[in-house]
Design a protein around this ligand. Sequence first.
Ligand code: 9MR
Length: 375
Amino acid sequence: MDKVISFVLVVFICCICTGGNGQSAAGEIPSLKTVFKEDFLVGAALNRHQVNETDPMATACIARQFNTLTPENDMKAALIHPEWGRYNFTEADKIIAFGERHQLQINAHTLIWHSQLPAFVMHMHDKDSLQRFFKDHISVIASRYDGKVYSWDVVNEALNEDGTMRKSLFQRTLGDDYVVQAFQLAGQAAPHTKLYYNDYNIERPEKRAGAVALIRKIQAAGVRIDGVGIQGHWHLGRVPLKDIEESILAYAALGIDVMFTELDISVLPDPKGVEGADVNQQKGYNNALNPYAGSLPDSVQQQLARDYENLFRLFLRYKDKIGRVTFWGVNDGDSWLNNWPVPGRTNYPLLFDRQFNPKMAFNKVIALKTGTVTK
Ligand code: 9MR
């Protein structure tokens, strides 16, 4: 009987301490980076406003919660290399300074991607010019930030859903080997930087087989690749835990680090024909596609919390193989999913709400480590 009373007392105290919303008695929200410090790094993609520290609440949340960042856009080719031979390092340099100021390790994103290319490259058809752009771009940027960033997403999204090579400008003009070349050039320019391949849906068996083959090809060429980023753009109630688990094992077996690099869980209905995270897929708005414009129903909040809890339980099981888990945004208001694949929606895919309050999903994830009782 005594035991029962003590148990009830402990549960009661825990509830008071967390205020039911994950806050301690002192009013402090637990910190993801602290709670998971023995397991893996926890990060977020940051936009330009956040790097410029225009919102003190955003800065405080980032500094408290995360120990690694990925620039959401400002190191992409269109922004950092807008014209032939002209680079604009202003924003990228601010990202480095932000990382130093707040002690966040930086994953630079991304050197070679078919999207967000500068106009002068998109219209380039001859092999010599593209080859020259390719070499200059990788060498100049990777060497400038060597030792300042921890890692690079060297190549992003080179694969189709069936695991074959995407017929991108790079593939069509330079051939399939462009991926191996990109890693080779990056390795020469940035010997102190980890080099990763990053893509979405590469937990799915078919696409995973393509990614495994691509990584093996890089390794067989004697070229360095240090890790793979599974982006992790998933959907409410459909997080593919089995595929994720098999993927962690398959990629780790290649002797490389496994990361979850762009994590979010969309709670909104998908328009027909949209899969993955291809930024070029856009669909028209209608109200039926935006059911939670006012607020998120409790049942959906709970499902989101269950999805995140199950996912992080899996991450913890394989923590020896997982180097980093990065969310694609800090709070729900930042997320690209408010405007993709349908513009102007209200999505709720992250752990913090639009006012930076921790959501039920945050509490569930934290509780996996602390055992704190949460609602
Ligand atoms: O979140 C990014 C969004 O702000 C940009 O408009 C978009 C196009 O560049 O890219 C988004 O980030 C993508 C990332 O770079 C690669 N994987 C898919 C991400 C979501 O689209």
